[in-house]
Ligand binder design. Structure first.
Ligand code: HEM
Ligand SMILES: *[C@@H]1O[C@H](CO)[C@@H](O)[C@H](O)[C@H]1NC(C)=O
Length: 362
């Protein structure tokens, strides 16, 4: 078990080491400021700075969350039977088509924020490269999130993604695992990418009349609290809310996706879900390799340029262990995994207060 997680950490770290350590020396970029091993990556440094400062405001906030969601909604648009280009930027170039897909609700706002930067840097990066670079930069705004590699060289998208490829929150676990399985993801990888991303996330659209409703108590920390908050007992909506795939959370201020709720409980995924609780290194490693895999869907890595060296350092994890909200005990955890007990957690002191909404980018 420990061996497995060490291997997965190595899997993530080695590509970075081989880029930064083994290959050759860094030399000065034409800007006279930055240095790079691969001079083809020099043009990316000003773009990275622009995104950090002007798109993300150096924060793990709404804009960073949106850029990460965009990574997924672009990349997952590929299927062995139906076609699609994967992480090709089609969600931006063919927005007129892809934004009509129900599962892409809210991506219009993300593209409103990201689009001007994509246009501004289109002389250097294709839409597919831009979206994946922005996603990698969004992660290093979030304490605890991994620094993932970035490969450059996606060609321009040739067509919109076929409809029906982006999972919906009201899909069953079986449907979700089948969809991800078609593009090579195991059930453990699904739990890592979904749970990890939703630890820095919230809903801007699916909760009627509300924006920035967090999925866990710490939406600007990449941590394992989501795996606790979703395992607390929750009430399935039966009316309109249920149709939208929401579950009433046991924590005031949060919303829970029905898909997250079911991934935490289904026998195919519940032990993997639980295994991330208070295992920050395991989550960061499994999530990092899962997002890298998403970023390469439909792409040929061997033909791409490794520009991982432009990605800034990760922000170390600063939070404490995952906890139960005030007033709740281990009895409020809806144990689902049959083969291991849920890790024992402390309860936060004090009266329960609603988790604040995530301030909106604009
Ligand atoms: C079963 C798969 C998934 C489903 C059904 C799903 C569904 C959703 C839904 C419904 C929202 C809220 C949208 C809104 O109202 O604004 C959301 C937010 C988000 N999702 Fe997912 N998601 C899935 C997987 C993923 C994956 C794999 C990633 C990234 C690797 C991701 C990243 C995010 C992020 C970062 C947000 C927050 C966006 C924001 O706060 O503005 N999701 N997701
Ligand atoms: C698609 O993107 C273009 C360029 O950014 C924008 O002008 C247009 O309004 C977008 N269309 C939709 C449906 O979002």
């Amino acid at each position: 078990m420990a061996f497995g997680s060490v291997l997965s950490i190595l899997g993530l770290v080695l590509p970075l080491l081989s880029v930064n350590g083994l290959r050759t020396k860094r030399s000065l970029c034409p800007d006279g400021v930055n240095t790079a091993i691969n001079q083809a990556c020099c043009a990316l440094f000003p773009i990275v700075d622009d995104l950090k400062e002007n798109l993300f405001d150096n924060e793990c906030g709404d804009a960073a969350h949106g850029a990460l969601r965009l990574v997924f909604h672009d990349a997952i648009g590929i299927s062995p039977s139906l076609g699609g280009g994967g992480a090709d930027g089609s969600i931006a170039t063919f927005n007129e088509t892809e934004l009509t897909f129900h599962a892409n609700t809210g991506i219009d706002d993300v593209l409103d924020a990201v689009g001007p930067f994509l246009q501004k840097h289109s002389n250097v990066l294709t839409p597919g490269d831009f979206i994946q670079l922005a996603g990698a930069i969004s992660l290093v705004q979030c304490p605890g999130a991994p620094r993932i590699p970035f490969f450059m060289g996606r060609t321009h998208p040739v067509a919109a993604s076929p409809p029906g490829l982006v999972p919906e929150p009201f899909d069953s676990v079986q449907t979700i695992l089948k969809r991800f399985g078609e593009v090579g993801f195991t059930s453990d990888e699904v739990v890592a990418v979904v749970g990890g991303s939703h630890s820095i996330a919230g809903a801007d659209d699916i909760v009627p009349n509300e924006q920035g409703v967090p999925f866990d108590q710490t939406p600007s920390l990449f941590d394992t609290q989501i795996f606790v908050d979703v395992q607390l007992r929750g009430t399935m909506f039966t009316g309109q809310g249920g149709q939208q795939g929401e579950v009433q959370s046991a924590v005031a201020g949060l919303v829970r996706l029905q898909s997250d709720h079911l991934l935490a409980r289904d026998s195919a995924t519940n032990c993997a879900w639980q295994s991330f609780v208070n295992n920050q290194p395991k989550l960061a490693a499994a999530f990092g390799s899962g997002v890298l895999k998403l970023s390469l869907l439909g792409q040929n890595q061997a033909k791409m340029t490794d520009c991982s060296e432009v990605i800034p350092k990760a922000i170390p994890f600063t939070g404490g262990p995952a906890t139960l909200p005030p007033g709740q005990t281990m009895n409020d955890i809806e144990q689902a995994c049959a083969t291991a007990a849920f890790p024992s957690l402390a309860t936060q002191p004090g009266p329960a207060t609603a988790v604040p909404q995530i301030p909106q980018a604009v």
